[in-house]
Write a protein that binds this ligand. Structure first.
Ligand code: AHR
Length: 495
C-alpha cells in the first residue's frame, strides 16, 4: 500500500468546546417504498420476530447506534397525510393512495400509536412532521392535542378510547415539509405567512416545550432562508434544510462505478461545508445569538434504484463510497454544531442511504450504518478545535481535502478523532499533536475494503464491516502518528 505523509493535525484537547448534539445523528423514516412497511412494520401476525408488529432485528440494530431521534411520517408523504386515517382498529382504517411514492395503496396500519411505540422501543425522541401542504390548521392543532393533552378534551378522550391513557412525550414538531415543492409549491413569502398561522396553533398541552421547525430551503436556495429568517424568525425554534449529494454523476449506479464517480460523489458530499457555512451566515445575520437551530432534516446520497425494483420505492444499495460520504458529512456537521442542532439521514431502512436493508426475514447492515456506529462517540461530546494540514486533490475545478477529520472529548475525558481518507489508492500518514493532554493509550477502529465498490449483500453481509484495529503509535516527543489505509473511515480514541 503506497503511503503519503504530508498530513499534520493539531488538537486542543482541553478546549471547552461547544456540545455536539446527539440529534445531529438522527434518522428519517417515511411511508415510502419498503421503509415503514416491511422495513419496520410487519404486523403482529408476521412470522418475522416482532414486538407489537415492529420487527425486533431492526430495533436492535438501531438501538446499537443509539438512534437519538426519528422523523416521521415524511417527507412528501407528510404533505398528504391525514393523521386520523391512522388511528383506531387497524382493520377499520381507510386505505389511501400514496400519490408521491409509486401510487401504491397505503392501509394506514402504521399510524400515531405505532410510531410512538416504535420510538419507545428504540429509546429515541419522536420528530413528527405535520401537514401544511394539504392539511388544515385545525387538523394540525388537533393532532397535537391528541398526542400531548393530559386532561379531558375531545382529542385526548379519543386517544384514551384507542388505548393510550397518558399523553406521549413530544418535543420536535415540523410545520410542513418541502413547501417550496411537493408541499404546495409556495413562495417563501407565502410560506412564511402560512408558517406563522399554523405555528400559532401548535401547542404542547402537557407543558413540555414544543420545538417548532419551519420548512427550510432546498440546497442552495439562500433566498428561502433569508425570507424565512426575516419574516418568521421569532416564531420558530428551528429552520430546516435539505441536501441530497446525489450520486457519481451521469453514472448513478450505487455499486458499478470507477474512480471518476468516486471523486464526483465525495466532492458533492464535501460541498456540504459551503452549504452550511452560507446558510449559517444568513441565520447569524438575523439571529446573532444563535437561538434558532439549523435542522438538516433530509440528507444523503441518491443513486439509481437497484435493477428490477420499483423506481418509486427508491431502493438503493450502499457501498464503501456511501461510508465515506457519511464520514465526510458527519465530520462537517460536528464542525457546524454551534448552529446545526439536528440532522436526519434519508432514510432508515430500504430507502435511499439506508442503515439496514431487508429481504423477508433477513436484514443486513450497510457501510453507512457502520459509520454511524463508529461516530456515536461524538454524541453530546465537546467539539475540539482541530487544525489539519493536508493535500488537496483538484476535482471539477475545486480543491478537495484528501484527509478530513473531526475531534471531540467525551464525558470520560477521552479524545475521539474520526478520520476519512478519500484517496482510493494511497494510505495517508497523519502526525497528531495533542495539546493539553498527555497521550497514554491509543485504540481505534477501521472501516475499509479492497474495492471502492465493496458493499454488503444478503449472501455476504459482512463484506464491509469495521475491525477493532488502528495503525497508530505514540511519539516520543508527545502526540501520535496514525496511518489511514486508502479509502477508509477510521476512529482513533486517545486516553
Ligand atoms: O426522501 C425522499 C424525498 O425527498 C422526501 O419525501 C422529500 O421530502 C424529498 O424530496
Amino acid at each position: 500500500m503506497a503511503t503519503k505523509s504530508a498530513n499534520r493535525l493539531v488538537i486542543d484537547a482541553d478546549s471547552s468546546g461547544q456540545t455536539i448534539s446527539r440529534h445531529i445523528y438522527g434518522h428519517f423514516a417515511e411511508h415510502l417504498g419498503r421503509c415503514i412497511y416491511e422495513g419496520i412494520w410487519v404486523g403482529e401476525d408476521s412470522p418475522i420476530p416482532n414486538t407489537r408488529g415492529i420487527r425486533n432485528d431492526v430495533v436492535a440494530a438501531l438501538r446499537k447506534i443509539r438512534i437519538p431521534n426519528l422523523r416521521w411520517p415524511g417527507g412528501c408523504f407528510a404533505d398528504t397525510y391525514h393523521w386520523m386515517d391512522g388511528i383506531g382498529a387497524r382493520a377499520k382504517r381507510p386505505s389511501i393512495v400514496n400519490v408521491h411514492w409509486g401510487g401504491v395503496t397505503e392501509n394506514n396500519h402504521f399510524g400515531t400509536h405505532e410510531f410512538f411505540d416504535l420510538c419507545a422501543q428504540l429509546g429515541c425522541e419522536p420528530y413528527v412532521c405535520g401537514n401544511v401542504g394539504s392539511g388544515t390548521v385545525r387538523e394540525m392543532a388537533e393532532w397535537l392535542e391528541y398526542i400531548t393533552m393530559p386532561g379531558q378534551s375531545p382529542m385526548s378522550d379519543l386517544r384514551r378510547k384507542h388505548g393510550q391513557k397518558a399523553p406521549w412525550k413530544l418535543r420536535y414538531w415540523g410545520v410542513g415539509n418541502e413547501n417550496w415543492g411537493c408541499g404546495g409549491n409556495m413562495r417563501p413569502e407565502y410560506y412564511a405567512d402560512e408558517y406563522k398561522r399554523y405555528a400559532c396553533f401548535c401547542r404542547n398541552f402537557a407543558g413540555d416545550s414544543l420545538y417548532k421547525i419551519a420548512c427550510g430551503a432546498n440546497c442552495w436556495d439562500f433566498r428561502w432562508t433569508e425570507v424565512l429568517m426575516r419574516e418568521a424568525c421569532r416564531h420558530m425554534d428551528g429552520l430546516s434544510l435539505h441536501y441530497y449529494c446525489g450520486s457519481g454523476g451521469e453514472n448513478r449506479s450505487a455499486t458499478q462505478f470507477g474512480e471518476k464517480e468516486w471523486w464526483h460523489q465525495l466532492l458533492h458530499a464535501w460541498r456540504l461545508e459551503a452549504l452550511l457555512r452560507r446558510h449559517v451566515a444568513i441565520m447569524d445575520s438575523f439571529d446573532p445569538t444563535g437561538r434558532v437551530g439549523l435542522i438538516l432534516d433530509e440528507w444523503g446520497t441518491w443513486h439509481a434504484v437497484e435493477p428490477g425494483t420499483n423506481p418509486g420505492f427508491l431502493y438503493q444499495q450502499n457501498s464503501l463510497r456511501d461510508a465515506l460520504v457519511t464520514g465526510i458529512s458527519l465530520n462537517l456537521m460536528n464542525r457546524y454544531s454551534a448552529r446545526l442542532r439536528m440532522a436526519n439521514i434519508a432514510q432508515t431502512i430500504n430507502v435511499l442511504q439506508a442503515m439496514c436493508l431487508t429481504e423477508g426475514e433477513k436484514m443486513i447492515l450497510t457501510p453507512t450504518y457502520h459509520v454511524f456506529e463508529m461516530y456515536a462517540v461524538h454524541h453530546d461530546a465537546a467539539l475540539l478545535p482541530a487544525e489539519l494540514a493536508t493535500a488537496t486533490r483538484p476535482c471539477e475545478k475545486e480543491a478537495l481535502p484528501v484527509v478530513q477529520v473531526s475531534a471531540s472529548r467525551d464525558a470520560a475525558g477521552r479524545v475521539n478523532l474520526t478520520f476519512c481518507n478519500l484517496d482510493p489508492e494511497s494510505a495517508q500518514e497523519v502526525s497528531v499533536e495533542v495539546r493539553g493532554m498527555s497521550v497514554k493509550k491509543i485504540s481505534g477502529r477501521t472501516l475499509t475494503a479492497a474495492e471502492v465498490t465493496a458493499h454488503n449483500t444478503f449472501e455476504r453481509p459482512d463484506a464491509v464491516a469495521p475491525v477493532d484495529e488502528v495503525e497508530a503509535k505514540r511519539l516520543k516527543a508527545g502526540g501520535l502518528a496514525v496511518k489511514l489505509p486508502s479509502k477508509s473511515v477510521v476512529l482513533v480514541t486517545v486516553e
